[in-house]
Design a protein around this ligand. Sequence first.
Ligand SMILES: Cc1cc2nc3c(=O)[nH]c(=O)nc-3n(C[C@H](O)[C@H](O)[C@H](O)COP(=O)(O)OP(=O)(O)OC[C@H]3O[C@@H](n4cnc5c(N)ncnc54)[C@H](O)[C@@H]3O)c2cc1C
Length: 504
Amino acid sequence: MAASSLLRALTRRRGCATSGAFNHYQHHLSSPFSTTSAAAAAASAGARDEAGKGFPGLGPTTKGEKARVVVLGTGWAGARVMKDLDTDGYDVVCVSPRNHMVFTPLLASTCVGTLEFRSVAEPLARIQPAMSKSPGSHFLLARCTGVDPDAHTIDCETVTDGQKDALEPWKFKVAYDKLVFACGSEALTFGIRGVTEHAIFLREVHHAQEIRRRLLLNLMLSEVPGISEDEKRKLLHCVVVGGGPTGVEFSGELSDFIMRDVKQRYAHVKDYIHVTLIEANEILSSFDVRLRQYATNQLIKSGVRLVRGIVKDVQPNKLILDNGEEVPYGLLVWSTGVGASPFVKSLPFPKSPDGRIGVDEWLRVPSVRDVYAIGDCSGFLESTGKEVLPALAQVAERQGKYLAQQLNSFMKAGGGHANSEATVDVGPPFVYKHLGSMATVGRHKALVDLRQSKESKGISIAGFVSFIIWRSAYLTRVVSWRNRFYVAINWLTTLLFGRDISRI
Ligand SMILES: Cc1cc2nc3c(=O)[nH]c(=O)nc-3n(C[C@H](O)[C@H](O)[C@H](O)COP(=O)(O)OP(=O)(O)OC[C@H]3O[C@@H](n4cnc5c(N)ncnc54)[C@H](O)[C@@H]3O)c2cc1C
């Protein structure tokens, strides 16, 4: 389709979407509490449509313009590819429901106040300054809802977080020359009833904020006269489901918080607060037996109760295990691994064996042109003969780095625009080399396993030295100097003065 007719088609479709938004407004206006007039709503919807038409850079690019890379997501993979893209040759448009990258390995520390939330959130504009300066590069606070690979366009819907009095969400399209899926995964609940309603996941900064607020609320309520002994015990029972690195690190942070800060500042209730970690198999199954045993001993010494069991049902204040045991809780954190999101499942592409977007060795989605997938949302197709890589930041980041290099070299060889890549050499495939795993277990102790696999030779240690290695490694990995400084200062402040326990 010629560029001009495609642009006309896009504009027509955008008009339809806006009239849909207008219907939504009319529905909203019928509410007796609405203060907006119908005329004002129509004017606002019309103005938005006009603004949409005039927004530079959403339609297809021409050969004389910079080619456009559209990146979906601001996680480890998306942030890295955007950071390394050559913005002299490409315009970058990022579509994501959040405007920052989360430094996930340190997220558990923010739940109890060891670190502040801003220390682990890196604004995209700092990662790729062109996003806020270059006329053709934009960050769009929206979620991608579909893709038309033939037309080289994506469908998006704005994200307004369901805020009262915020604008109603609206739909729009973006044309791409290259499209990068970096939209991550979703927490697995295995269809267990009540998990989504009553448990808190630990994946985003707002989850950590919710955990911290709930923990401090429970601590404060447990001191108020009128609460029974049983209620106090239940309120201060923190249950973590899932014994992978995230569940173990969070349990370790919680027990540190209890041993140091709660015992000093909530002395009246110090004997009531407990942590239980529930895991169906072994904790930290990706580590070897020796390190697993060390972690188990450390957690037990810190007062964490380890329970082997499968959660069958989650109710508002208690969960039920497969053996019928009832576990009352005041705070429930769910961390049982990740899987493909409904959005990824809905995409019209072949999938990897575990349901992620299937890619070849060059991280391309081979059934269509100019589409790539990296990070947790992607996996090698069975036909490549390669194993699906683990859902890890180090995989996502290195895929982002590799893909940026690929796209930069395509652009330099004249293959930056849509449907022009076939003319350029695709270079070597992506190869992943595992650098090892680390996890903290509380009480200034950690596990460090720098072997490529459990069978290979190499460094595999546990204890205080590992904790120093863990901290140093992550401090150097924090993306900006600003956040590196925040993290270092937060650690020092916590060491000297204890954690911040104000409930803001
Ligand atoms: C608490 C925690 C601790 C961890 N610790 C470690 C660790 O120590 N070491 C390690 O290697 N790994 C760790 N991981 C795993 C690591 O964080 C993930 O593997 C990594 O974040 C994957 O990066 P990603 O870019 O693929 O996805 P994510 O980082 O999850 O980012 C996905 C992005 O896509 C956006 N998005 C979602 N849907 C859409 C849509 N429809 N349209 C547009 N955008 C969308 C999201 O908002 C987000 O910005 C940890 C994870 C967690 C949660």
